[in-house]
Design a protein around this ligand. Sequence first.
Ligand code: FMN
Length: 281
Amino acid sequence: MVNQDKSSYDLFKVINNRRSIRKFTEKPITDDILNQILEAGIKAPFAAQLYSIVYTRDKEKMKKLRIGVYSTTQLLMIFLVDFRKIEKIIKQRNYQYDYDDGMLLWLGIQDATLVAENVILAADAVGLGSVLLGGAPLQTDIITEVFSIPSRVFPVVGLCLGYPDYTAETDVRPRYPLKYTAFEDSYHDLSENEIRECMKNMDEGYITQGYYIKLQAKIPLKKGKDTIDYDKYSWSEHQSRKYSQGWWKKESILSLLQRQGFNLEKSHNQEETKMKRVPTN
Ligand SMILES: Cc1cc2nc3c(=O)[nH]c(=O)nc-3n(C[C@H](O)[C@H](O)[C@H](O)COP(=O)(O)O)c2cc1C
């Protein structure tokens, strides 16, 4: 490791010990702490600062959102893709926005997610815990109403925050072995045996930790008898049930985005624009 001073050591400690926290104490988050973690959040790299954050301490508001906010959450943040600011800047400079909305959305999701990760790590470093909520985009209608969010702004992910209640589950989760995730020079398509090794790593880790038992989070089978008890209910079983049982929302993300003013259809039949070089951010 190149930089071994104390601050970088602390960063690795924070990263390596972080785990999602789903139960919080009643200790409130002060404005100073909140500002500290938000300031750290916005230090993340950005393509064009295509994000905003809305947050609330109001439990009634949290409940209304229907995105699975944990009941002891002290503060809820929603990270948003936000086109409005850059569009206003462009206008102030007497230009007219003309860019591929799909690509800008892609960049915006990356911007917002990087800010979220910085907030998560900063929160951890000051003793807070957090858990992301990925269902936020599906509740765009409610979120936009509750937080008065206009068009060209779209929820990416939610984040529950609070001081960890360590009486609840708190283990660091396993991951796939790094060799099956990072490949030098060329992509490696995993063999059946290698996939089994990934599954083993995850499944044994989650079962040993009693992850799903503690969360009581088994996904029911739509068809057939469930013969897997909690002591054998594993991470790969959970993922398989989640992504194989025909779960579709009435309205697609694409349609929600379109209703929120994002134009993701190819909007004009023009030739691909030739740029002299790829513009830097
Ligand atoms: C995009 C995203 C969405 C997530 N959504 C949820 C969620 O809705 N509810 C939840 O309890 N955890 C959610 N999580 C947390 C994951 O379950 C958790 O990060 C994962 O199991 C790894 O555990 P760890 O964070 O403790 O390392 C989400 C995580 C990510 C990255």
